[in-house]
Write a protein that binds this ligand. Structure first.
Ligand code: NAD
Length: 538
């Protein structure tokens, strides 16, 4: 019997044995899952979009254009890692009691990581008297380390390009362990709203790598970043999509990305606008490093100006003491605010008499503070994270990650105002609790728009080969943010008016709405205008 005959025979036998059971069609195994929409971080983030779209009666086709991104790119980046030394526990080290110390000739080749591992850069051990036993050696610090040979590793990378109706895609690059397509979709959409709100001629994008950057050394991060840009290059450009720093990345990473993008280009110098957030010495803008934190403070200041008050003596707490949180705290303190507590990824500190912000900044930026954590700061006591939320202070500035203020936490808060430095720190459920409890909110898409606004200034300066002073940049930023924040407040209170600084008449919707909805209404009206006036390309 041939193979074909055997298969036919087995089919007809099966049909005889189970006449009532139809054979599974091969395509059944490939059936697309039920399209019932699942609740995800992205759908949660888009809840406010749909409410604003309903409120203004957004044109149905514009809604379709905006409710999913233009492009979702997922790709992979490989890099060769360095050899590293992993510390043994004191018990495990006991069996190496008589292992002599390895005198390292070039200690600069050893790079200590935040998790205690040590990376061997360059030829760190070359020329040293290395005493190695079963793959272990002892360093002059007395510790015994296991030598782990460096291998190649693969990382998952993303770039979501949400919308470009108003200009090139624009948004940060995040290096973090907990990233996903869903998260980047939400963050890219946020950028579309934010660029519209701050009136910069960009759309929205976001991306990054699934990686915990603190587990990798300088040279490894460099190799991973260069490879990332090597793959990203075909998708972006100074007039197409312009990345910037976000969580886990900074000006140094932007410099690497720029170099990789421009390597070998004949007109390198005109392409500097490929990334923003660069060091000022290589085309960055004065004021960019502090711009997001500064913008948060401009909004808070305007909130109090509107009430006839100043920041002097106002107490505040900050979650996240990285780029946004630390500079927001520094500028708040300079204007007379009093910082009572800080929570970061490693812990929480509290001082009811006020934390000395410049001293805390020096503590975090000390090269010996490998985790860049606020923990260990001598001018405050350590408290638990759950107690952080209950510190009574006028203002809370969340400036860490998204989703931190849940409904449960919102019930406990003892602040009067939340100014969202982070992207999406408050869940929709928490929003409802805050409304019910009468806690005011300055929504992220205006509060933290300072970064992208000065990124735009950097982009213009690069294109025009100009360099503006910090005072110029800050003055423009202050005007842009306060003007648009005032429009949002007017939409929220339904007080259409025209002043010297702003005109909210085209945006008010005939009834009062909460601030987050007001901000989204402003964004959607500005984006919709492009589709309505320009029409759709076919
Ligand atoms: P960063 O990497 O400089 O700092 C992040 C800070 O958050 C660190 O202090 C870290 O310890 C802390 N953190 C991380 N996980 C935490 C956790 N689970 N609990 C408490 N603290 C935690 O990042 P950044 O640039 O300051 O960004 C902070 C937020 O602001 C992010 O949501 C980012 O998307 C948003 N944002 C940044 C910019 C910018 O220009 N950097 C612009 C707009 C919005």
């Amino acid at each position: 019997m041939t193979l074909t005959e055997r298969i036919r025979e087995s089919y007809s036998r099966a049909a005889r044995e189970e006449p009532t059971q139809p054979m599974a069609e091969p395509q059944n195994f490939m059936r697309v899952p039920d399209p019932t929409p699942k609740r995800t971080l992205y759908t949660d983030a888009m809840e406010i979009f749909h409410r604003a779209a309903d409120t203004i009666g957004l044109a149905p086709r514009v809604r379709l254009e905006l409710e999913e991104p233009d492009y979702e790119h997922i790709f992979y980046v490989t890099a060769k890692l360095k050899d590293r030394l992993r510390p043994l526990s004191p018990e495990a080290a006991r069996s190496f009691g008589d292992l002599p110390v390895t005198q390292v000739r070039d200690p600069n080749g050893l790079e200590r990581l935040a998790d205690g591992q040590i990376l061997l850069n360059g030829k760190a051990l070359l020329g040293s008297d290395v005493a190695i036993r079963r793959g272990h050696l002892r360093l002059p610090d007395g510790g015994v380390y296991q030598l782990i040979p460096g291998e190649s590793q693969r990382f998952k990378a993303y770039r979501v390009q949400h919308n470009q109706a108003r200009g090139p895609y624009k948004g940060g690059i995040r290096y973090h362990r907990e990233v996903s397509l869903d998260l980047f979709k939400a963050l890219a959409a946020e950028m579309t709203w934010k660029t519209a709100i701050s009136e910069v001629p960009f759309g929205g994008g976001k991306g990054g790598i699934q990686i915990d950057p603190r587990q990798y050394g300088r040279e490894e991060i460099e190799a991973i970043t260069l490879r990332f840009m090597y793959k990203l290059k075909r998708l972006i450009g100074p007039n197409i999509d312009i990345p910037a720093p976000d969580v886990g990345t900074n000006g140094e990473i932007m410099a690497l990305m720029m170099r990789q993008y421009l390597d070998g280009e004949r007109e390198r110098h005109v392409g500097r606008a490929i990334v923003t957030g660069k060091d000022v010495r290589i085309g960055g803008s004065e004021g960019r490093v502090k711009a997001t934190g500064r913008g948060v403070v401009y909004c808070i200041e305007d909130y109090y100006t509107d009430r006839g008050e100043s920041l002097k003596g106002k107490t505040f707490t900050v979650q996240g003491f990285g780029n946004v949180g630390s500079y927001a705290a520094e500028i708040m303190a300079a204007l007379g605010g009093r910082l009572l507590a800080v929570n970061d990824a490693d812990g929480t500190i509290f001082n009811p008499d006020g934390i000395d912000v410049p001293a805390l900044l020096a503590h975090v930026q000390d090269p010996k503070n490998l985790k860049r954590s606020v923990l260990g700061f001598p001018g405050a006591q350590k408290i638990e994270k759950q107690d952080f939320w209950e510190v009574p202070a006028e203002i809370l500035i969340p400036a860490a990650l998204g989703g931190e203020i849940t409904g449960e936490i919102a019930e406990k808060l003892k602040c009067k105002l939340i100014a969202e430095g982070a992207n999406g720190p408050t869940t929709p459920e928490a929003d409802r609790v805050l409304l019910k409890r009468g806690i005011d909110l300055i929504p992220d898409i205006i509060a933290n728009a300072g970064g992208v606004t000065v990124s735009y200034y950097e982009w213009i300066q690069n294109k025009r080969m100009e360099s503006w002073t910090e005072a110029e940049v800050n003055a423009k930023l202050e005007h842009a943010l306060k003007r648009n924040y005032r429009i949002i407040r007017d939409i929220s209170r339904n007080t259409p008016r025209r002043t010297e600084m702003h005109d909210s008449r085209p945006f008010c919707v005939g009834k009062q709405v909460e601030p987050r909805l007001a901000a989204m209404i402003l964004a959607l009206k500005r984006i919709e205008a492009h589709y309505i006036i320009e029409g759709f390309s076919q």
